[in-house]
Design a protein around this ligand. Structure first.
Ligand code: FES
Length: 134
């Protein structure tokens, strides 16, 4: 599933223009992202961390609403490279407030779009970690 939440203002965020990697903290998975591959699929914003993890890396991260900023189950912590990601808008911040274990580096994977200027290290919170493919 994917698409746009009809209750939120639709905004377009450019996808990455440079190659970069997304490494999962505490896990051997590193995903190499090439701009010409984006979007990998239809989950979350095009080129979002959800799209990269789920469709590019085959990481089974929760995304109950299908990536339309309506659930917060795709909560991730961007441990490195957060400055290269799109800024969270008010709708994302409101939804993120409902997620447990918030940190200053927390984002909704379906809304967070890296620009490719940095390699990222992303942590999937422990309550969601069992979903990560070994
Ligand atoms: S998948 Fe529901 S908010 Fe990201």
């Amino acid at each position: 599933m994917g698409g746009i939440n009809p209750y939120h203002k639709a905004t377009s965020i450019p996808t990455a223009t440079r190659p970069f990697t997304v490494r999962l903290a505490g896990h051997p998975t590193t995903i190499e992202v090439r701009p010409e591959q984006l979007p990998f699929g239809r989950d979350g914003r095009p080129g979002s961390l959800l799209d990269i993890l789920l469709n590019g890396g085959r990481v089974a991260i929760d995304h109950a609403c299908g990536g339309v900023n309506a659930c917060s189950t795709c909560h991730v912590v961007v441990k490195e490279g957060l400055e290269s990601c799109s800024t969270a808008d008010e709708a994302e911040e409101d939804m993120l407030d409902t997620a447990p274990g918030l940190t200053p580096q927390s984002r909704l994977a379906c809304q967070c779009v890296p620009d490719g200027s940095r390699d990222l290290v992303v942590e999937i919170p422990s309550w969601n970690r069992n979903a990560v493919k070994e």
